[in-house]
Ligand binder design. Sequence first.
Ligand code: NAD
Length: 273
Amino acid sequence: MLFLVSGPHGYITGGVAQREPHQKAGHVNIDLSGKVALVTGGSRGIGKSVGMRLAGAGAKVAVVDVADCEQIQATAAELGGGAIAINANVVDADQVAAAVAEVEEALGPIDILVNNAGITRDGLLIRMSEADWRAVLDVNLTGVFMMTKAVARGMMKRRSGRVVNIASIVGITGNAGQANYSASKAGVIGFTKTVAKELSSRGVLVNAVAPGFIDTDMTKALPESAREALLKLVPLGRLGLPDDVAAAVLFLSSELSSYMTGQVVVVDGGMVM
Ligand SMILES: NC(=O)c1ccc[n+]([C@@H]2O[C@H](COP(=O)([O-])OP(=O)(O)OC[C@H]3O[C@@H](n4cnc5c(N)ncnc54)[C@H](O)[C@@H]3O)[C@@H](O)[C@H]2O)c1
């Protein structure tokens, strides 16, 4: 359901994105004005920071999330630049189709898709329920398939588009207690490479970003002792910020990145190297 078109457009200053719309040649200038971006799970955490970065570069952003409407609406209002809020579940085919149609009607054809929605249901394998296995695979992997399929045809016809999937380093390394989550993220990486191959001849670039340990609501749920133990594994000595991930997504969504597809960009403070 579409329920908000936010206030006046403006480049965000004082926040994460401070670039001027027209910087002189030679300066790094990521200008996404005129572009339409759909960010799933965009109402908080990493997805919200991605929206801030994309809107800050001038894109019109659709925040698609299953969270309560007020939260999605508040985030879209914060992004500005004509951002819209849509309540939809990425695992529901009808809701995905409706969300894509609403974004295209309100903002225009989708140029950038960021598949960021994700959940965890952690537990050791021998105690993991089938329901927890299926729930995580559904949102984290099937949701990426559903959304990508829904926008891919349009991107292929227009012979341009960017898809950025948020994976995780545990999709590369595995992690005790996360059989479902790491399998889903490894799946996202395989999906990314396959779709990159399928869409490359149509000018659609598909990449993944694999974050390490990022300070969001998802990781705040961990006990303090687990957080401290994890921190010891980070060579750069701090937790990642949502904006550390968003900066990589912005790059992959922009013209600065025109010769990368099927790649996994690891943003983890050096945990995996
Ligand atoms: N935080 C980390 O350390 C970390 C590390 C690696 C990867 N990631 C990945 O980054 C992404 C964002 O994580 P986060 O830490 O910001 O999590 P978060 O829990 O703060 O945000 C996830 C968002 O996704 C939304 N969402 C969940 N299920 C959905 C569904 N079915 N349909 C639509 N929206 C849905 C939630 O409502 C929420 O707004 C996830 O894919 C996560 O797996 C996070």
